[in-house]
Design a protein around this ligand. Structure first.
Ligand code: ASP
Length: 449
């Protein structure tokens, strides 16, 4: 029988009203058989997520301080939801056990995982689906690395016998049963693992936005939703700062060719964004635009190096890069001229090491000049449609030129999937808006094969 794996994020399960929406969504389609919940998230801006409250409890416990107030608030939130849904679920005994373990020195991971664990129990009670503890089916090695085949085996063994189930997200267990969590937002990964294990036809990831947006809505308030995006494009956009899905959630389903559908719990009729493996079936036509998305980040700097006859000096780049390697600094881009090269890297990566890096470079290659330029942002224009459309770069740079924005660096990868542009940080937002307008609001200069 076909099945869909559905994951609901924290804001989709923040209170009783949200739980009702989740139930309606699940009941609207009998294929939605395996359900992965996050812990209750924020109900309003300024609210605190259950996961954060649990981290606080653990910190207080580790410092020998009293954490009963915070634990009491956690209990109240679950009880409030259960009461409003007329369920008999009461987390008190579980929370007493958790308090006991925290006093005995339980880990951060154990504490944080209890948010999903309790929410899984609550949701399974509400839906009438069996509860499967993620500690029994998500396996890690002693270093906290996920064990994929063991996890697949364990999940198939348990879920194969169940018509439907609720499996809490975010955590699993190590070799001796100790609880280990993924990094923050990791319920997305659990959902992806379940989808792969049950060979789901689709992995639906329900959240509080109607899909992946073409640009950050804080910069472009009415940004359009991307209908279809490839895994590759999503990876490029996520790397450049677009946050929709945990980065590690892509791999398990991608390897199995299962599409991900980002959906909005608060607007279930919207189709959301479909994340697909391949570029076939004219999927770029469906997006309607040559570009798929725009993303970017601030907080970069450039090491600018200049030396006469640099081009003739064998091993110049290697010597410069060896300095960075030796100091454990990774870089983002390396545009070069005949007698110049620049290395773009995150400010964070070089913080506190600037002087040493510069003096080591001077020693290694005796440049005519070598200095650091701060305040750079990187903007990525991503789109599989670029490969077969002429004039994309021209349109991007025309948009920037009209806005009198100076471009400091340009980098187009061989995949022709993205164009990365270095700009002054102060120009970043305007650049995003101008490029968005050029591609989404107008079709001037479009020239497809
Ligand atoms: N509850 C965890 C967090 O806040 C995991 C998740 O929501 O995916 O990060």
């Amino acid at each position: 029988m076909n099945s869909k794996t559905v994951k609901f994020g924290g804001s989709s399960l923040a209170d009783a009203d949200q739980f009702r929406k989740v139930k309606a969504i699940i009941e609207a389609d009998p294929a939605r058989r395996y359900v992965v919940p996050s812990a209750p998230g924020k109900r309003y801006s300024g609210d605190t997520k259950i996961t954060d409250m649990l981290y606080t409890c653990q910190q207080l416990a580790a410092a020998g301080a009293d954490f009963s107030d915070v634990l009491g608030k956690i209990r109240d939130r679950y009880l409030e939801i259960a009461k409003a849904l007329e369920l008999s679920f009461d987390p008190t005994d579980e929370l007493d056990r958790i308090a006991f373990r925290l006093k005995e020195g339980a880990t951060k991971d154990f504490a944080a995982s209890r948010g999903e664990y309790l929410n899984g129990l609550l949701l399974s009670n509400y839906l009438g689906f069996p509860f499967v503890d993620a500690a029994d089916v998500v396996r890690f090695n002693e270093n906290g690395t996920l064990l994929m085949s063991e996890t697949m085996l364990a999940m198939r063994e348990v879920l194969g016998k169940l018509e439907n189930a609720v499996i809490p997200g975010f955590y699993g267990a190590g070799p001796s049963g100790e609880i280990i969590t993924f990094s923050r937002g990791g319920s997305d990964i659990t959902g992806s693992l379940v989808a792969r294990a049950v060979r789901a036809e689709i992995y639906e990831n329900w959240t509080d936005v109607s899909g992946v947006l073409v640009a950050d809505p804080r910069i472009v308030p009415d940004a359009a939703v991307i209908n279809t995006i490839t895994y590759e494009e999503l990876r490029e956009l996520s790397y450049m700062g677009a946050t929709v899905l945990h980065e590690d959630a892509i791999f398990p389903v991608r390897a199995a060719g299962i599409p991900i559908n980002i959906r909005n719990t608060n607007e279930p009729s919207a189709p959301g964004t479909l994340i697909v493996a391949d570029d076939s079936a004219d999927s770029d036509v469906q997006t309607g635009y040559t570009i798929t998305g725009i993303a970017g980040k601030k907080g970069f700097c450039a090491i600018n190096i200049q030396k006469a006859m640099m081009n003739a000096e064998l091993g110049f780049c290697r010597k410069v890069l060896a300095v960075l390697e030796e100091m454990g600094i990774s870089f983002e881009h390396m545009p070069s001229g005949i007698d110049t090269m620049s290395i773009i890297l995150a400010e964070e990566a070089i913080k506190g090491k600037e002087k040493t890096v510069l003096s080591k470079i001077r020693k290694a290659v005796s440049p005519d000049s070598c200095e650091i330029e701060h305040g750079i942002s990187l903007l990525a224009v991503v789109g599989r449609g670029m490969r077969r459309t002429r004039g994309t770069a021209a349109r991007i740079f025309a948009a920037l030129a009209h806005a009198r924005i100076n471009v400091k660096m340009i980098d187009q990868g061989s995949s022709e999937l993205n164009i990365i542009i270095g700009l002054l940080e102060g120009d970043f937002e305007e650049a995003v808006r101008r490029i968005y307008d050029m591609f989404v609001k107008s079709t001037i200069g479009e020239d497809a094969d």
